[in-house]
Design a protein around this ligand. Structure first.
Ligand code: ZN
Ligand code: ZN
Length: 253
């Protein structure tokens, strides 16, 4: 079982920065096993994105806040701790999974019990997510199996959070049900890419349900369809931009 030593930094800030981030620019130190949040303001300067790094393989869990609603993306572990650090007065509307690996959904159950919200995932990964609490192929287990989803989303669906919308594009390859959430409205220029794209790399395709062919097609699609001026919120590692990845990520060349 994962040790949970997350510590979140209080305070959400926003700014209009749209360039690539070298980690967090809020001045906090980010160490292994800790959460950090704040500092990724978007668009009109009102919506905010907070980040928590959770679990044994440092999954990035994001909270997208617009008006009085928020969406938590990929609470991979430590759901109760994430709940404690959500801003006051903001309703959790969705708990959205980019895919069903345990490191992205192991905290769904505890988070949902603490703050509510509709858990949503692609139908092809529902079953996978229900085993998050059991040792995975890599030997890790996360806090809890994910519950049955309240909703599922597929290609073209849009989920709304305050003034923001997130359109689903299906990007199988890492898992059959991997998706990216492409921001619209006040979230324009934001994309949650899960384990499909990483800074300088892409998700592995050698785990159960993975497919190198599907990944190639999905990356080609991302390259074609995601505007270069988009900030990519990846499932692990640094936040990046489409522009930077187009320039330097070997999987986009
Ligand atoms: Zn994964
Ligand atoms: Zn992952």
């Amino acid at each position: 079982m994962a040790e949970t030593s997350e510590r979140a930094h209080e305070g959400y800030e926003d700014h209009d920065e749209h360039e690539g981030h070298e980690g967090c620019d809020c001045g906090c130190d980010h160490h292994e096993g800790e959460a950090h949040d704040g500092c990724h303001g978007q668009g009109d300067g009102r919506d905010q994105v907070a980040m928590f790094v959770v679990g044994p393989i440092e999954t990035n869990c994001y909270v997208y806040i617009s008006e009085d609603e928020c969406m938590v993306v990929d609470p991979g572990n430590s759901g109760a701790k994430i709940a404690e650090h959500l801003p006051d007065g903001v309703r959790v509307k969705y708990i959205a999974a980019t895919h069903g690996h345990g490191d992205h959904v192991g905290g769904v159950k505890a988070l949902k019990e603490a703050v509510g919200g509709s858990y949503v995932i692609h139908p092809a990964d529902v079953e996978l997510a229900k085993h998050a609490g059991e040792p995975c192929e890599l030997g890790y287990a996360y806090d809890d199996n994910a519950p049955d989803p309240d909703l599922t989303y597929t290609e073209g669906d849009v989920i709304k959070v305050g003034g923001a919308g997130f359109r689903v594009i299906e990007t199988p390859g890492h898992t059959p049900g991997s998706i990216c959430l492409v921001g619209e409205g006040s979230a324009e220029g934001v994309c949650f890419v899960g384990d499909t794209v990483f800074q300088g790399s892409c998700g592995r395709t050698d785990l159960a349900g993975g497919s190198p062919e599907d990944m190639r097609a999905s990356l080609a699609r991302v390259k074609r369809e995601i505007d270069p001026h988009t900030t990519l919120f990846c499932g692990h590692g640094e936040i990046t931009t489409m522009e930077d990845e187009l320039a330097s990520n070997p999987y986009f060349q």
